[in-house]
Design a protein around this ligand. Structure first.
Ligand SMILES: [Zn+2]
Ligand SMILES: [Zn+2]
Length: 287
């Protein structure tokens, strides 16, 4: 009984911290949206209200559910990193550098790992859980909170293990997570910005919006979160301009918490998905 009460109290505290953490981004994106779109912001917000509500309910579900799992995954992550066995060498390497450079390297390496992890999420095995993130047809900054818990766990395990295995100090791993989280809000925001010349280096909101497009021409493109150079190097960069095509997936997913969470457990989710480039048919893998 004591354990149940303890778990409930920790869950309530996690929810409180999560919602306090949303206040600053909410004010920031409301202000920036008002500057960029003026009155149109309010009609855009009304149109996105239903999907944003679903995003909020998925966030609450994940916060309540993932608390114990993440603490178990943290132990597993350091164990896996230890088994890989290059962390000792890496640790002595990073301690010789300034913290700013270490953080930059962690974010850069973290985005390289994230790029390939994201491509893996578009494979038959991981797509059914990743599809939840893509099912938002009215993408806003809050879409960053729309993830299936399985997707959250695989992301955490792969990204953190890769950084710890190279011996990055914990502060750099935390800094990388924070940069990816807050920059992740930014690239999901409903803003038409393409960055012009800066798009050579950084992922813009328009670039990531194209990644969510329900348009076959956009499938399998724009996987990076921070540095667009990875998509350029590996041939997946595509930004024809601001993204004004419909967003979402071709998979049939109910727009409810149960429908979204349950989709990854239905056999049809795995039957429908194809390797996008394997047979010329891209109908079932809308990235
Ligand atoms: Zn996204
Ligand atoms: Zn994706």
């Amino acid at each position: 009984m004591e354990a149940v009460v303890d778990f409930a109290l920790r869950g309530a505290e996690a929810l409180r911290v999560t919602f306090i953490g949303l206040i600053a981004p909410a004010i920031f994106f409301f202000s920036i949206g008002l500057l960029a779109k003026r009155k149109q912001l309010f009609s855009d917000m009304r149109r996105a209200a239903k999907e944003s509500g679903l995003n909020a309910s998925i966030l609450i579900f994940n916060t309540a559910l993932l608390l114990p799992i993440i603490s178990i995954a943290s132990v597993a992550t350091s164990d896996i990193a230890g088994w890989i066995g290059i962390s000792d060498f890496g640790r002595s390497f990073w301690t010789g550098l300034t913290p700013g450079l270490v953080i930059f390297m962690a974010v850069f390496w973290g985005d390289f790992v994230g790029y390939w992890r994201h491509r893996l999420e578009h494979s038959p095995l991981l797509w059914p859980s990743h599809a939840v993130h893509h099912s938002d047809t009215e993408m806003t900054w809050l879409t960053l909170e729309r993830f299936h818990p399985i997707n959250r766990i695989t992301t955490f395990l792969i990204d953190s293990t890769a950084l710890l295995a190279l011996g990055f100090p914990p502060y750099a791993v935390v800094a990388n997570n924070l940069v990816r989280h807050y920059y992740g809000y930014f690239i999901h925001a409903d803003l038409p910005w393409t960055y012009n010349r800066w798009s050579l280096v950084f992922v813009s909101p328009a670039m990531h919006r194209w990644h969510h497009a329900a348009d076959p021409r956009a499938f399998d493109t724009n996987f990076a979160t921070v540095f667009s150079i990875f998509d350029r190097i590996f041939g997946t960069y595509r930004v024809p301009g601001p993204c004004d095509v419909p967003l979402g997936v071709t998979d049939k997913m109910a727009p409810t918490l149960i429908g979204q969470m349950g989709y990854a457990f239905t056999p049809r989710a795995y039957a429908r998905v194809r390797w996008p480039r394997s047979n010329g048919s891209k109908l079932n893998s809308s990235d």
